[in-house]
Ligand binder design. Sequence first.
Ligand code: NA7
Length: 560
Amino acid sequence: MTEKTKLHYEVIVVGAGVAGIYQIKRLVDLGIEATVLDSANGLGGTWYWNRYPGCRFDSESYTYGYSFSRELLEEWHWKERFSSQPENLRYLNFVADKFDLRRHMQFNCKVDAARFDETRNLWCVSVSGGRELTCRFLVLAIGLLSAPTMPRIEGIDSFKGLSFHTYYWPHEPVDIAGKKVAVIGTGATAIQLIAEIADKVAELTVFQRRPNWSAPLNNSPISEEEMADIRARYDEIFEACTHTPGAFLHGPDHRGFYEVTREERLELWDKLYDEPGFGIWLANFREIFMDEAANSELSKYIADRIRQRVSDPKVAEKLIPRDHGFGVQRLPLETNYYEAYNRDNVHLVNLQETPIERITEKGLKTTEREYDCDIIVYATGFDAITGAYDRIDIRGIGGERLFEKWKDGPKTFLGMLVRGFPNLLMPTGPQSASASTNFPRGIENGVNWCMGVMQYMWDRGYTRAEAMHEAEERWTAHVVKMYEIMLMRKAKSWFTGYNSNVPGHEEGKIRYFVYNGGTPKFVAIINDIAAKGYEGIAFSSNAPPEQGAMSLRTRNCVES
Ligand code: NA7
């Protein structure tokens, strides 16, 4: 029987990205009948889709790769400290081929709906094209930033040139040389893109509604010798990531902000600004995330750095955020972003002064004038964290829709289970620590924990696991509480569920999307719960006791 004709699996994993690949590896290792479904024509998730120029990690590459296989760590050579999209996609394909995982994946299979069958304790999964599958466990590995959003601007379809969201940057080469390009948005994506294409296009006009803080990536190649050294230190590197809140190599400076002199603070910031990666954000004083005055002092320091890098003082002022402090939104890292605005062919339009009125056949029209262009790039972000879930019609007990349950924001148990939706597992779900941390480190923790739940059930013959009401309430309240101390709660950012292009997600209502307690605390909590027999989850079985514990062999043969 081929994958495409099978009707039942013990586990269906949705999403063949970084999480889905590791999830299927763990399942295949145990001999579980499982498959991965993905709407794309290939694996890689984020790294399959986002092919815009300049797309790369902000995580040190060697902390981003999987840690589960020593052999893999020995074989792969990261070429750059912060690796680019084509290389990342090659890496994920290499992993899939090395462990022969591709045969457990089905592409061009978009999951439209999933319904829990309460009598059989199975999920019924509807796949595009009319295929209906069933599974005991539905594992959603559908990403945090995988539901791109277009702006709500009139006339988008009337443009006669080339236009696309950055997520859908064409797979075939786009000839940008000599072209007039418009970029809408100045988030992390646009910041990478603008810096990369500024010197390759004829004219680049950036339409900025709100500037973002940004700091240098300070990328560099990794030589054979450096890679050999990294390989020798992998245990140490991954161990270090388990001790920092963000699961990066950058941990906070433990001196108190007010315990040191201003000169000492400046000394630290001068050093961090010129160092690679997130140091200026995550190796800073902890107070910058919680204390307005501390944050303001750092923001002023970064603003001066921007002024030093942008030749035209008027442009520099436009690039300095006024509505939020440094690091309270997700910090984009850049390479020559600010210098791009020193070029004669790069123009910055402040949409707060002159908003876009409409897209026209030839380009854009603001309240001030028309801009003709050949290409419009929408770098307008994502319906983050819950968007990908909302785009699948997921129905649990009594036909309850997950979309409805989460309409004012997600409610989960540990970010991995949802009450009313038994046997639905989310290794990197909303309110887990993955979104707020170095993603693959969070993925490995989440997948391992979800595997633990399934193993616990297989060993005992349970066929149904559901988060308890009280456990879900307690976790969600804890997640909310962790926001209270953070300046980030005030930010109009995808960490708080803000997106001007999604109905209901406009400014004003916080959605408690991520766990802000940091990796060490999150891992301690989930491990403790596992050690207590998954306290907070109600397990049951619909099989008579004598048929209780199914053997692996039987499990593999179940057909609906
Ligand atoms: P972001 O960070 O959400 O940025 C989206 C940008 O698009 C942001 O500057 C928005 O301005 C702008 N935007 C959105 N809608 C509009 C309209 N209608 N008009 C003008 N400008 C608009 O998404 P990214 O893709 O850059 O980054 C997402 C994450 O991917 C990033 O944090 C990394 O983790 C990887 P606004 O701020 O709303 O005024």
